[in-house]
Ligand binder design. Structure first.
Ligand SMILES: NC(=O)c1ccc[n+]([C@@H]2O[C@H](COP(=O)([O-])OP(=O)(O)OC[C@H]3O[C@@H](n4cnc5c(N)ncnc54)[C@H](OP(=O)(O)O)[C@@H]3O)[C@@H](O)[C@H]2O)c1
Length: 317
C-alpha cells in the first residue's frame, strides 16, 4: 500500500529531461581547480584504494595535509609513507571499520578531540555486495558503510564544523541512487521483506545519503559549512572485490573495459573541495563537477525528515 502510494507520487514527478541531463553531463570532463590548499586538512574515508586513493594524492599534491580513515593497517602505513615522501605533507590515519558502529563512534570521538579544523571532509568509503550481509550490529552492510556511518559522523561533527565557520563536506554518492527509483523502504532497511539485489541496496544507500543532505544543509545554513554530494563518474577501481568469482570475472572482462580512469573523480573531488567558485554552494548534487538534479525520491523532504529520525535511532544518537 505504502509502496503503491510512493510509486504514484514519484511517477508523476519523473521527467525525461532529468535522465537526458544525466546522460549529457556524464560525457562532460570535470572542471579543473588550480587553487592550492597548502596547510589545510582533508579528512577522507576509504583512501587506500580507487577513487579515495587518487583523491588523497591529488589533495596532497596541492599542499593539503591528510587524515585518512581506513580499515587496513598495512595499506594505511604504505599510503602514509608514499604520500609523505612524495608530497612533503602530513598524512596520518585512523583505523575504523565503517560497517561497525562502535568503530564509527570511536573515530568520531577522535575527530572531535582534534584542535585542528577540518577544512574538507570527504565520505568516500563504499562497498558493493551482490549478496545481503549483516553487520555485527545486525544492520544491512551496504546501508551502514555508505550511509549510516557518514550520517553519524556528520551529525556528531555539526557543532565542531559550525564553530570553525568554514568547512566543506563532500559525500561521494552515485548516479546509482537511480536504482532506488521508487524511494526508500524505511520499514525494511534490512531487506527482510524483499529479495535482496546488489544494485537496489546500493541505490537505496546512496538515496539515503542524498536525503540526509537535505536535512544537514538546513542545519548548516548560514554557518559557513557546506555539504554537497557527487557522482564520481563510472571509473575503474577495486570495487566489488568482496563478491564471488563470477562477479569478479564479469567485472574484469566486461565492466572494467567500459570504465574511465578514476583520475577524473579525483580532479572533480578536488574542485568541489577547493574551488572558490563553490563558496556558499551547498545541498547540491554534482555529476563530477556539473550540478545536476537527482531523482524525485532524492528530493522528497518529508521522507528526508523521517529518515533523519530513523537514523538518529539506528545510530543511537
Ligand atoms: N567506481 C565507480 O565507478 C563509482 C561510481 C559511482 C560511485 N562510486 C563510489 O565511489 C566510492 C569509492 O569507491 P571505489 O570505486 O573507489 O571503490 P574501491 O576501490 O573498492 O574503494 C573503496 C574504499 O572504501 C574502503 N572501505 C570499504 N569498506 C569499508 C569499511 N567497512 N570500512 C572502512 N573502509 C571501507 C576500502 O578499503 P580497503 O582498501 O581496505 O578495501 C577502499 O579504500 C564509493 O562510495 C562508491 O560507491 C564509485
Amino acid at each position: 500500500m505504502v509502496k503503491n502510494k510512493k510509486f504514484r507520487k514519484y511517477f508523476k514527478e519523473y521527467t525525461v529531461s532529468n535522465v537526458s541531463a544525466m546522460i549529457k553531463n556524464s560525457r562532460l570532463a570535470p572542471t579543473i581547480c588550480e587553487e592550492k590548499l597548502t596547510g589545510k586538512l582533508l579528512v577522507i574515508t576509504g583512501a587506500t584504494s580507487g577513487i579515495g586513493y587518487l583523491t588523497a594524492r591529488k589533495y596532497a599534491s596541492m599542499g593539503a595535509n591528510l587524515l585518512c580513515i581506513t580499515r587496513n593497517p598495512e595499506k594505511s602505513e604504505k599510503l602514509k609513507t608514499e604520500i609523505e615522501q612524495e608530497f612533503n605533507v602530513k598524512c596520518n590515519y585512523k583505523l575504523a571499520d565503517l560497517s561497525n558502529l562502535k568503530d564509527v563512534s570511536k573515530v568520531t570521538d577522535e575527530l572531535l578531540l582534534m584542535q585542528e579544523p577540518i577544512d574538507v571532509l570527504i565520505h568516500n568509503a563504499g562497498v558493493y555486495l551482490t549478496q545481503r550481509e549483516l553487520t555485527d550490529e545486525g544492520l544491512e552492510k551496504v546501508f551502514v558503510v555508505h550511509y549510516l556511518s557518514s550520517f553519524i559522523m556528520n551529525y556528531r561533527l555539526i557543532d565542531k564544523l559550525k564553530s570553525q565557520q568554514n568547512a566543506r563536506i563532500i559525500m561521494v554518492n552515485s548516479e546509482g541512487h537511480r536504482f532506488a527509483a521508487w524511494g526508500l523502504r524505511l520499514d525494511d532497511l534490512n531487506w527482510e521483506q524483499r529479495t535482496y539485489s546488489g544494485l537496489k541496496s546500493y541505490g537505496s544507500a546512496k538515496l539515503a545519503q542524498l536525503l540526509s543532505m537535505i536535512e544537514f544543509d538546513k542545519r548548516f545554513s548560514n554557518s559557513g559549512v557546506s555539504i554537497n554530494s557527487m557522482h564520481p563518474g563510472a571509473v575503474k577501481t577495486e570495487t566489488g572485490q568482496e563478491n564471488g568469482a563470477l562477479y569478479k570475472w564479469f567485472k574484469r572482462n566486461f565492466l572494467d573495459k567500459t570504465l574511465k580512469s578514476a583520475d577524473l573523480s579525483a580532479e572533480a573531488l578536488y574542485y568541489l573541495g577547493a574551488s572558490k567558485e563553490l563558496d556558499g554552494s551547498s545541498g547540491k548534487f554534482f555529476n563530477l563537477t556539473t550540478e545536476e538534479e537527482p531523482t524525485p525520491p532524492a528530493l522528497d523532504k518529508e521522507e528526508a525528515e523521517k529518515l533523519w529520525e530513523k537514523s538518529i535511532e539506528l545510530g543511537g544518537l
